[in-house]
Design a protein around this ligand. Structure first.
Ligand SMILES: Cc1ncc(COP(=O)(O)O)c(C=O)c1O
Length: 477
């Protein structure tokens, strides 16, 4: 046997990588991280939930001593008297989907999920969205990142086109690029995706010119969108839906912020109806998550759609995650139960969460009005969620049009970093586009995404002050 030379051999790992891992694109938002580590930086850059909205004060795990098994009646196990501490146990109540069922939750389940949580999800979807067709089913996922990834893998081949919003979530654009899917942005206005623009793209589609068939699916974020913060009104949704029906395009609604929309009258303000609730054909795949309403670390969500589509999507999960995390299901079921199931969830808990973000959103608007010169920015009509999509008035910047809008907006970003305030520039979210804009129109499509979900109010105010200073300097005010 040859001995091993102790001098390490340098391995060229690149030759081992598959096309998928070599082509993997990371989200541009990751580029903000080094800036966020600069001491004293106030970050409005990333949108992460506020921990005060996580409905958990602590967790108790009842762990039997070594050599003893958990007491689950009906299964071979020791008597509860052998265990310390004692886990309270009572028999499930018939029809209570949320009753703890550790024997089922911690077992391998069907890839779709455990029957009791699926039972709760089905009732929830029926109560909130009431899909107007019969054959819809649910599939548990590890959250919306996982859900949308599974949808894309089930629908697209490499080289296919996918329709997205003009400014789209990088967590959609990057994995799509990795899978070899070509994204095409559809223009947005203040009510979200513009149906006429969608129709025009599909009408004008020329397979030869585009190098591929008409897109099969549109993926969008319908509520408090990321990045644009827009909630698409139901009438606009119907218009988008009929264009998709005309061209036989599927719709994937990635809706993690559904319950974070501003509801001025709490539970009495109805939520804006979803695409699923107007879906008579079964062409909508709705993707929901517990990330923004329980906690991102729960890694649990679900998909709703026509059973034929969902079965295909399920197949991609079967070979990846096998089934959802039983620990997560056990925790979420316990939380939903503690809130009082559907009634408590809809009438008390959800309005409470949206109120926390609504207050932060309205405070941020007030602070921007107070500290940032109105000659430099245009504020949006807020709809809730975690983001404000603030337009930079590049068209009135002193160097425009002699300098390009892109150059100016990069300098504005740098000026804000120098003042130690961080936000995400719109170029991070820009999807490839076939729309043509004049120089003036292009200048008007420059934004920053300001996240108001996490910083304390004093930092929100100081951050806006810094932003105001940076922009006043840039605009020479
Ligand atoms: C539009 C959008 N989709 C998906 C996600 C990720 O959701 P999840 O934590 O459920 O994977 C986010 C936010 O993080 C998002 O903004």
């Amino acid at each position: 046997m040859p001995s091993i030379d102790p001098a390490p051999v340098k391995i060229d790992f690149t030759k081992y990588f598959s096309k998928e891992s070599t082509g993997r694109k990371r989200s541009q938002l990751k580029e903000l991280k080094p800036y966020s580590e600069i001491p004293g930086m106030i970050s409005f850059g990333v949108g992460i939930p506020h921990p005060s909205t996580w409905p958990v004060n602590g967790m108790t795990l009842s762990v039997p001593f070594a050599g003893k098994s958990v007491y689950i009646p009906g299964h071979e196990s020791r008597s509860p008297e052998d265990m310390l501490p004692l886990a309270p146990y009572s028999d499930p109540v018939k029809g209570d989907h949320l009753f703890p069922d550790l024997a089922g939750e911690l077992q391998y389940s069907a890839t779709y999920g455990t029957p009791h949580l699926l039972g709760w999800i089905k009732e929830h979807i029926q109560r909130v969205h009431a899909p107007p067709y019969q054959d819809w089913v649910n599939l548990c996922t590890a959250g919306n990142t996982d859900g949308v990834d599974a949808v894309m893998r089930a629908v697209f081949d490499r080289g296919d086109y996918m329709l997205v919003e003009e400014f789209a979530y990088p967590g959609l654009l990057s994995p799509a690029a990795t899978l070899g899917i070509k994204c095409l942005g559809v223009p947005l206005d203040t009510e979200g995706l513009v149906p006429e623009a969608l129709d025009e793209i599909l009408t004008q589609w020329d397979e030869k010119e585009r190098g591929g068939p008409r897109p099969k699916m549109l993926v969008l974020v319908p509520t408090c969108s990321n990045p644009a913060g827009v909630t698409i009104p139901v009438q606009r949704k119907r218009e988008i839906y009929s264009v998709c029906r005309k061209w036989d395009v599927l719709i994937c609604e990635d809706d993690p912020y559904c319950f974070l929309q501003i509801r001025p009258d709490g539970a009495n303000s109805p939520i804006v109806p979803s695409f699923l609730s107007v879906d008579t054909d079964g062409r909508v795949i709705r993707v929901d998550s517990f990330s923004k309403i329980v906690a991102p670390g729960s890694r649990l969500g679900w998909i709703t759609g026509h059973q034929t589509l969902v079965e295909k999507i399920m197949n991609t999960r079967e070979s990846a995650t096998q089934c959802p995390s039983g620990f997560s299901i056990a925790a979420i079921a316990a939380i939903l139960r503690a809130w009082g199931s559907h009634e408590g969830f809809e009438k008390k808990y959800i309005p409470h969460i949206s109120d926390i973000y609504a207050k932060r959103c309205l405070l941020m608007i007030d602070l921007l009005k107070k500290h940032v010169p109105s000659a430099t920015i245009e504020l949006p009509e807020p709809s809730g969620g975690m983001f404000l999509w603030v337009r930079l008035k590049i068209e009135s910047h002193p160097s425009f049009p002699s300098e390009d809008a892109e150059v100016i907006s990069k300098r504005v970003f740098k000026a804000m970093i120098d003042e130690k305030v961080l936000m995400a520039p719109s170029e991070f979210f820009k999807a490839p586009s076939i729309s043509t804009w004049t120089k003036e129109e292009e200048a008007k499509r420059n934004f920053v995404r300001i996240s108001f979900s996490l910083p304390p109010p004093e930092q929100m105010e100081e951050g806006c002050r810094r932003m105001g200073r940076a922009l006043a300097k840039e605009w020479k005010l």
